[in-house]
Design a protein around this ligand. Sequence first.
Ligand code: ADP
Ligand code: MG
Length: 378
Amino acid sequence: MSRIEFKNVCKRYAEGLPLTIHNANLTIEDGEFCVFVGPSGCGKSTLLRMVAGLEDISSGDLSIGGERVNDLAPARRGVAMVFQSYALYPHMTVRENMGFGLKVFGANAADIDKKVREAAEILQLTHLLDRLPKALSGGQRQRVAIGRAIVKEPRVFLFDEPLSNLDAALRVQTRLEIAKLHHRIGTASMIYVTHDQVEAMTLADKIVLLRAGEDVQTKGSIAQVGSPLTLYHRPASLFVAEFIGSPKMNILEGTLEQANAMTSQLRVHGTPFEAAVNATRLAAGASVSVGIRPEDMRLAAGPGANVLSGHIEHIEKLGEASLLYLNTPASTQLVTVKVEGTTAQRTGETVHVQCPTESLHVFDAEGDACHRTPELPA
Ligand code: ADP
Ligand code: MG
């Protein structure tokens, strides 16, 4: 009933402008928690607003529960949206704010009261029902905004960066509440927009990563769709690889020497590297980008195969881990190495880091990934 389908959905805000959304093809299943991520301006809010009916669809089909909704009025879509700005009515109490949407639709007072009390219970707002928004904290206001969505019993919940205005501790707490809410309201689908990596990784059943810029016009808006761990372990392209994960994946310049179905022999600034990827579609001698995540690197005793050497330019001590930033001729950018605990290394020292065969990613000159051959969590 709440399955959402985008078929070749495009959005052009005005004649003469490039497409903001290009060929979005996507299915969000009943009860699925889908997170949209992507660079600022890539069209996350635009997509959400098209589902809500607040924005026209230029071409393609959007359906909810099997019904084409392109031309269906927002109020008839069974959709509730929660914004970054809570958009509460300042002169109404929490109770009135939460019940307002139902009242407008002509629900009877007893029904409204019952639904408001149930939602307040879920969100721990019961003791605040008679307060005005100005007497609430930011986190409480956002819970009221979520409560207002819950009482509508929508088949689809839309969240547009709902936690961005909250401080770090409240973000974590509200994130957990949203996860619990999703389990509790199992049948409604959720689309959640965020630029927060941790929110995306922890909340999503499915992540949709959107492209921005020129690539949208040639390749389409959607860069990859998959579970959080699929995007983390098997990014389809350099763009996805560098977007998912924090600190971001390091990219080294390499050349392919030879490849079989299981492993590839590479050279990275003169050093032999073996990668557990299938690069047989590429010619020997091809230039490749070799990816390795900071958390997959280990300090090594000295140079050797699969070892990268560099000077430490900067160190960040985070307590539970330290980040070493290395200057190395193998990369145009500083290479980040994450080591556990507080490192004994110092700025200016030369270090050697092991880049394990099973942890390497290889991308061709177009930025498309070669298949990683190890069995990986999905
Ligand atoms: P995101 O939410 O991913 O940051 P948006 O969906 O808000 O991105 O915007 C996507 C692009 O569409 C941006 O380049 C933005 O400037 C443009 N855009 C958004 N709304 C309008 C509008 N009403 N008219 C013209 N362009 C718009
Ligand atoms: Mg936005």
